[in-house]
Design a protein around this ligand. Structure first.
Ligand code: UD1
Length: 421
């Protein structure tokens, strides 16, 4: 096992590069199942979650080449099997369930283990299944598996009870090979959905409306070769913006799409962080006195739940009272317990956290309980007095490419240390 040792309190400076979005790349890699031709994803973030989805595809006998040096993944799914994917891999990562829609679309039937994932709530899949049923699939759940079968998928009018990102993606992918038109109402509008639509369109799918709450997909018969470069990771970009704010530093962040990052930039600006926006980059100046704020996580274009934990670390260091309301996941305050070990003053009341700013975090031994909780602890450690040790950082490796190297490039004192559990 690895842990991070961080000696806090250093001012940082310089530039950091954001990788491509994990949450774009995972559905895009799943979508290659629909296409029997060569698919290439450029600038792929070399992350644990990406390796897991590649392993899931390999367990279906996809031909995959991962070029770590050039950050390129080449996939050919011409010879994949309709047999089940490796159960252990599927349970390891919730996003593995994104192969359901494409497998059903291509083979007309698929059985898969119920998904696992981050420990941040119950995370049902009912919306995915309702959507696939609406396309004509017969869906059954039992003994830890989901099975879907359809003689033919038929385009349909689907209205989601909630704009689920994963359900929108699964339905979009299945619908590309359905007969006729599918309309997804109350669809998720996240930038990663738009990126998936761009990928699908490049390989020959007929889709429009992505990025709005109504997506239309006209089924086609087959696809062609595709090369795609995914969008930047807006959550990694936001994490580095908070790095500047929490360490009271001036940092340039390369690989930022202003529109995708607007909800994060707006909240940081409201706090008093100075952010200069340039083409594909921002300069974040966190040297001013910051103000407490209230924030609520919402589906895009609201404030992302994947930035809630990092924002909590920052608000802990801002004098006054801030309130965070988490509306997306019911159990996403695990990081508060760990931040309290570092001296934070946080009270949780249901879906809200009331945060009283403290003078400074104190270095402690803490545990990353999930991916973004881990990032929040790194941020706290960077500004803490003394040394912070963060265990279980495999969670962080799932979603941040070499975070310690990128932070060291900015002057942080952070080391990865191996230990025996
Ligand atoms: C995706 C992201 C994740 C992010 C989340 C919300 C990926 C790989 N992961 O996860 O990082 O935190 O969006 O922005 O892109 N729900 C149901 N029934 C369903 C599906 C979802 O009730 O069938 C609920 C979930 O429990 C949750 C909410 O809807 O409360 C949002 O989930 P969803 O948008 O589906 O998130 P994911 O796609 O799992």
């Amino acid at each position: 096992m690895d842990k991070f040792i961080i000696k806090g309190g250093k001012r940082l400076e310089g530039e950091v590069n954001v990788s491509a979005a994990k949450n774009s790349v995972l559905p895009i890699l799943a979508a290659t199942i629909l296409n029997g031709n060569n698919c290439t994803v450029e600038n792929t973030p070399m992350l644990e979650d990406v390796f897991v989805i590649c392993d899931v595809l390999k367990s279906l006998r996809a031909d995959i080449n991962i070029d770590k040096v050039n950050k390129r993944v080449k996939i050919n799914t011409a010879n994949i099997f309709a047999n089940g994917a490796n159960d252990e891999l599927v349970r390891k990562m919730r996003a593995s369930f994104l192969i359901m829609g494409p497998m059903l679309g291509r083979f007309g039937s698929f059985k898969i283990s119920l998904p696992g994932g981050c420990n941040i709530g119950t995370r049902p899949i009912d919306l995915h299944l309702k959507g696939l049923s609406a396309l004509g699939a017969e869906v059954s759940v039992g003994h830890g598996y989901v099975e879907a079968k359809a003689k033919k998928l038929i385009g349909s009018n689907i209205y989601l009870d909630y704009p689920s990102v994963g359900a929108t993606e699964n339905i979009m992918m299945a619908a590309t090979l359905a007969q006729g038109e599918t309309i997804i109402g109350n669809a998720a509008e996240e930038p990663e959905i738009v990126d998936l639509a761009i990928f699908l369109r490049a390989m020959g799918a007929k889709i429009d409306g992505e990025g709005t709450d109504t997506i239309r997909i006209l089924g086609v018969k087959d696809f062609k070769e595709v090369v795609h470069k995914p969008i930047y990771d807006r959550i990694e970009a936001g994490t580095f913006m908070i790095t500047a704010a929490i360490t009271k530093s001036l940092i340039k962040i390369n690989g930022v799409d202003e529109i995708h990052s607007k909800p994060i930039i707006a909240k940081l600006t409201e706090m008093g962080v100075a952010i200069e926006i340039n083409k594909n980059s921002v300069i974040v100046d966190g040297r001013q006195k910051l103000n407490p704020i209230d924030l609520k996580t919402m589906p895009y274009p609201g404030f992302p739940t994947d930035m809630q934990a990092q924002m909590m670390s920052l608000l802990c260091t801002v004098k006054g009272t801030s309130i965070i309301t988490e509306t997306i996941f019911e159990n996403r305050f695990m990081h508060a317990v760990e931040l309290k070990r570092m001296g934070a003053n946080i009270k949780i009341d249901g879906r809200s956290a009331v945060i009283e700013g403290i003078d400074t975090f104190t270095g402690s031994e803490v545990t990353a309980t999930d991916l973004r909780a881990g990032a929040a602890l790194v941020l706290a450690g960077l500004t803490a007095e003394g040394t912070t040790a963060i265990k279980d950082i495999y969670h962080i490796d799932r979603g941040y490419v070499s975070i310690e190297k990128k932070l060291r490039g900015l002057g942080a004192d952070i080391e990865r240390v191996h230990y025996d559990k």
